[in-house]
Design a protein around this ligand. Sequence first.
Ligand SMILES: [Zn+2]
Length: 260
Amino acid sequence: VLALAASVGCASATGFTPFPQSHDVSLGRSAAKEVERKLPVEKDPFATAGIARIGKEILAANSIHDYEFVFRVIRDDRTVNAFALPGGKIYVYTGLIARAGDEAEVAGVLAHEIAHVTERHSSERLTDGVGVSVLESILLGRLGSVVHPAAEAVNKVGFLAYSRHQEAEADEVGLGYLTHTRYDPNGIVRFFRKIAALGKSGSNAVTSFLSDHPDPEDRIKDAEARIEELPPSRRTGETYEERWLAYRERVTPAHPKAAQ
Ligand SMILES: [Zn+2]
């Protein structure tokens, strides 16, 4: 299982999967069970709604109607991170909420995660790792109750790393999504700067973020260059800082010590 997991997570993604797009949702449902068994998903509807509203604005502004997008919060103040499952389930840690200074920063993170879903990155790496026929068998229940190593890989898809190429693609596509919203695209740059600063200070809160993603300094340079190329009217936007701070105060009242 370990060897398989390693091969699934490796950077040899072809960028193509013959696995049907419609099955991403089933794959994500299966993986969500494992995620929600292992991680403390927040039940407070207020906490969930504040994140979902930002995510839905990005989806609406880009007319993304495929998949079943669902936004959830994970109650873990010590982790500054977010991740997506195939088919549209997106999870944001309260550690990230405690660190984000406005909605534009969070929108930058969510746009990146939405791009992982629409670019079907999980299906790409699972296809590379276990093959389409095995994936289909798992979803159709053909493997029965046998604990097949490939089924383990599917269940753990939420915990596997994307390739560097996929991360760069999610940054690029995600920024494209942001430019169609009212949000300031520079929010993601501000967020990356915070991650970089936390990393330099040796904070454990960003250990998983830094191991899952490329160097934030490189991502800052790439995002700034892309923003520079935008028409002037799109280089700025709203931050909704006040609304965000009211939300954050209620969801992570221990801020800013929460994520130390
Ligand atoms: Zn990513």
